[in-house]
Design a protein around this ligand. Structure first.
Ligand code: ADE
Length: 417
């Protein structure tokens, strides 16, 4: 069986991590039980490009239990847990191609290794597999029934492809599930980003000025958690509605060029390029810590930072110090997603819902093969609600039901003042 991982001897350690995550993934466990009986993915070769974590291993196990042959590569060069990769190979017989810290060339070699297996279905976190299929491996497109996409950045990219009529296969935007972005992006990113910053630096957040760029679901989560730990949080936004929400949620809102002068920490969660640009770097306070938890490492202008620096040194495992003529700037995790590079990513409890969405999306797209257009599709709301219902049930939470009178009232218009 082909694979390319760091060290197979790490497998026992990885298995323990996978078991630990499984405890907190009751929805996925339920889906796995059903998949075992119904075998909805029987005969499929599924190529997945995801962060190789213990939570992802539980998704892979579920897909395999449903009958799929799964090949897995990393969706980011720094997010692989090498022990988990080894456990997947040894105990689950998954073909894994991922090594933490792999260079760009190896990263693409691994994506190509997955596509060499001629998957009928792909699963992406950031649209790199779909991108490669459309750019360099077009001849393979007719054999792919569709793909699923995990993250906001990937969905934006795929929608841009669809708009340009460049997208040739249907894609299910798992990120657009309410049970995904309201929880994973907000509470998952909120917690795991702070976790990554703290593991990388061990700084005290209380009393620090913490600037969050972007007030989407990820930015909201981080701002909320940083505030909870006693930081003075400033939000920078380009969207007037989101900026107003941030203001009314109790945060200071201002332009980054002003905020950066006060910032002890700056975190970018926008998904956009050069949000922290050269002009901001030139105004940053001595000792500032910069990080990002967006998908690609483009949010902080790294080339500009390199250009401004006289000396660059690694001062802690995930901290690079850039010595400018008069100041020092610290960059975490080489400007890559700090929550997965310096910590373990989102907790299993939220990934449970995100990956339940992935498993149901894979089943749905396979059931509907040949019937979906080459566009970005949402998962049916019913499936989203099913995930929430299963999650509530797993936590022993019961909710109220509408009475017949209430249902009638909500669908009528005659009853007024
Ligand atoms: N994205 C964010 N956190 C993750 C995790 N723990 N596993 C897989 N993908 C993730």
């Amino acid at each position: 069986m082909q694979h390319d991982i760091k060290n197979l001897k790490l497998a026992p350690k990885g298995k323990k991590l996978i078991n630990w995550a499984e405890r907190d993934m009751p929805v996925l466990r339920q889906i796995r039980k059903r998949f075992k009986k119904q075998q909805p993915l029987k005969g499929i070769t599924l190529g997945a490009c995801l962060h190789v974590t213990s939570e992802t291993a539980n998704l892979v196990h579920t897909l395999q239990t449903g009958g799929a042959r799964v090949l897995l590569c990393a969706s980011n060069p720094l997010s692989t847990n090498d022990a988990v990769a080894a456990a997947l190979v040894k105990y689950f017989k998954t073909q894994v191609f991922a090594i933490k810290g792999e260079n760009n060339q190896t990263y693409y070699k691994h994506l190509n290794a997955v596509l060499n297996a001629k998957p009928n279905l792909t699963m992406d976190d950031g649209a790199d597999l779909v991108g490669l299929l459309h750019e360099k491996r077009k001849s393979q497109l007719p054999t792919v029934v569709g793909s699923t996409e995990e993250t906001t950045t990937g969905v934006i990219r795929l929608k841009a492809m669809a708009k340009d009529k460049a997208l040739k296969i249907p894609v299910l935007a798992v990120n657009d599930n309410l049970t995904k972005h309201l929880f994973d992006n907000r509470y998952g990113t909120g917690q795991s980003t702070i976790d990554g910053i703290l593991r990388a630096t061990n700084v005290l957040l209380a009393g620090k000025t913490f600037v969050v760029c972007g007030y989407g679901w990820c930015g909201r989560g981080v701002a909320m958690r940083a505030k909870g730990m006693g930081a003075q949080v400033i939000v920078c936004e380009v969207d007037p509605i989101k900026a107003l929400e941030a203001k009314m949620d109790g945060f200071q809102v201002m332009r980054l060029i002003q905020a950066i002068k006060k910032a002890d920490l700056v975190l970018s969660t926008t998904g956009n390029k050069h949000v922290v640009d050269e002009k901001h770097l030139r105004q940053a306070k001595d000792g500032v810590i910069l990080a990002q938890s967006g998908h690609f490492d483009v949010e902080i202008n790294k080339p500009a930072l390199k250009k401004l620096a006289k000396k660059i040194s690694q001062v802690r495992k995930f901290v690079t110090e850039y010595q400018l003529p008069d100041r020092k700037i610290n960059l975490l995790a080489d400007g890559r997603l700090v929550n997965l590079a310096a910590a373990d990513g989102h907790p299993a409890s939220v990934m449970d819902m995100s990956f339940a969405g992935q498993a149901l999306a894979a089943e749905y797209i396979w059931q509907k093969r040949g019937k979906l257009t080459a566009k970005v599709h949402a998962l049916p709301a019913k499936l989203d609600q099913r995930i929430a219902t299963l999650k509530l049930a797993s936590e022993g939470v019961k909710i109220d039901k509408l009475t017949a009178e209430q249902k009638r009232y909500l669908s009528s218009w005659q009853e007024g003042t």
